[in-house]
Each structure stands twice: as C-alpha cells, then as structure tokens.
Design a protein around this ligand. Structure first.
Ligand code: ZN
Length: 313
C-alpha cells in the first residue's frame, strides 16, 4: 500500500457533539500539536457542519452524515437555492476531497462523534475488508484500553448510509460516550483526543516504514435494529439494558418498561431467528435516535484476521 498523503479530521459533523467541535477548534489555533504526532504528511482540520454547530443542534435541515451520495452531489451541482443546507455542504466537502493534489493521496478521514450511550470509545469502520483502517483501529484500541477505558471496533458491513467515510478510500468514525448532546465532559474529551493522537501515531509509523504483523481483531457488526414498541414517551428502555452496551444480552433479559407497568423481554420484541447467535446491544438509548424510533441496535461479534501491513516504498 502507498504512503498516506493526507489526514482530514472532521469535528462537528453533528453540531451538538461537542468533543470534536472543541478539539478541531483547539487544533486550528495550534496545528503544531498534531505535527508533533504526525510529521510525515499534512493534517487538515474542518468543522464539517458549521451551521449546525452555530445552532448547537445535530443538523440544520437534515443529517449531514447521511448525505454523501452521488445523487446528492448531482442535485447540488444543479444549483437549486431550495436545497437543504446539508446536501449543499456534503457537496462542498466532496469537491474539497476530490480536488486534493495527487501527491496528497490516498487520504484518510477521521470523523469525531459523541454518543449519549455508554459505548466508551468506539472505532467505526465501514468494512472488514479495509485492512489499513482496521490495523489503525486495533493499534489505537490497545492504547485506549491501557488507559482503562472501554474501547471496541464496530464495522458497518453492507450498511452504506452515505456517511463521511464515503468521501475517501479510508475513513474512521471515532464515537465516544456517554456524553449528553451540547455538553462537554473532560473525561470524554481526553479519550477523544488520545484516540486521534494514537491514530496519527499509527499513520506516522506506517508512513515511515514500520511493518504491522498479521493479527486478529474482534469486531462488532450491526445485525438488527430494535425500535420502541410504542410511543417513546410511553415506553422506556429497562434499567437492565441501560448502559450495558457491548455486554451479551440473553433472550430473557428485560428490555422495555411501559407506562402501564408492562415489562417486555428481548424475545418479546425480537424474533428468534435474530437470536440464534449471541447478541450485544449498542447505541442503547442514544438521544439522536429517538427521532428514528430506534431504542438500540443488536450487534454480533466476530473475529477478523488482518494480513500484515507495510508501506510500499
Ligand atoms: Zn454523531
């Protein structure tokens, strides 16, 4: 594989996820901090959704992190004034990435997010076939765990939802929580910052010729969405599941309480076929998913073998 030519860091893809907004603004004021970690290629910083950041909302008109599609780029090129802001912004970011000089390719995107769920530090990778990004996530995962913080890798196989990771060959979502929307927590910020530093360390070592050996990594993959069984104002996630992201969930575990004091177990709301293998809840009670009627995802766990990785000189 060729040397990485450029790293792009996005904060504020969702305007109320404050760690990324804070860090990108901080590093823009002092870019030396990042050069100390990564001297072998440039790092470019962007507030991805500045209008949403101004409003301190997830988005202005629609979720930016679902708009990176050819269909939308063509719509934006049509130049209609009535287009939603995030469709125009996705096209601007796409043009910026496309117009990168050849000597700065391939480029990698690090996209910083927060979740209200108790997911610790989650590295989101689009595909288990992306060996480079998985090696990087596995390297950073070891470091984050050494600091005593929960850290997992989530792959979104066959779930292309037109995210920022679509913009370049390599893309990593760094999702850290729990943190309420619009709030900064110092402990969460530290982990978010260190996660970026470890990724930059990895890229620098790779660019300078370090070989990364064959290794296996455990990755979670989303298998089933669990919606609220009724209005989310009348049903809540049971305390036995709250904060239990990445912990195996038995079929008999209680997962919902209703306002009429009814209690539902996992097997009451999910069919047995989904439960034929062990399942693990993720994004439990994520505030941003209430508008999608989504209570949590169920994930499966698998081991992925990574071939060795070395820069081609
Ligand atoms: Zn987000």
């Amino acid at each position: 594989m060729n040397k990485i030519g450029k790293v792009v860091i996005f904060g504020g893809t969702h305007g109320n996820e404050m760690s990324g907004v804070f860090l990108v603004n901080k590093w823009m004021r002092n870019e030396e901090t990042l050069k100390e970690r990564l001297s072998s290629c440039p790092v470019r910083l962007h507030i991805a959704n500045p209008e949403a950041v101004k409003l301190c909302r997830r988005y202005k008109d629609c979720d930016l992190n679902r708009q990176f599609s050819e269909k939308n780029y063509n719509l934006a090129k049509g130049g209609s004034d009535s287009l939603m802001y995030e469709i125009k912004r996705a096209n601007e970011l796409h043009e910026m990435i496309l117009n990168t000089p050849v000597n700065e390719k391939p480029q990698i995107i690090l996209d910083l997010h927060n979740t209200t769920s108790n997911m610790g530090c989650t590295f989101i990778v689009s595909s288990t076939a992306d060996i480079f990004t998985l090696h990087m996530a596995a390297y950073a995962q070891i470091k984050i765990r050494e600091e005593g913080f929960k850290c997992e890798i989530l792959t979104l196989e066959n779930m292309n939802y037109a995210s920022t990771r679509n913009l370049s060959e390599f893309g990593l979502g760094i999702e850290v929580g729990p943190q309420p929307q619009g709030v900064l927590r110092a402990d969460i910020l530290k982990i978010q910052e260190n996660a970026v530093f470890y990724c930059l360390d990895f890229i620098d070592k790779f660019n300078k010729g370090q070989k990364f050996s064959v290794t296996s990594v455990s990755t979670f993959g989303l298998v089933h969405r669990v919606g609220f069984p009724g209005l989310s104002s009348e049903v809540m996630i049971h305390e036995n599941v709250q904060d239990k992201d990445y912990q195996e969930l038995s079929h008999h575990e209680l997962v919902f309480r209703t306002s009429s004091d009814k209690i539902l177990s996992l097997k009451d709301v999910v069919n047995t076929e989904v439960l034929s293998n062990p399942v693990y809840p993720v994004f439990v009670n994520e505030a941003a998913y209430y508008e999608k009627d989504l209570a949590f995802w169920l994930a499966s766990l698998k081991s992925v073998m990574l071939a060795s990785l070395e820069v081609k000189i």
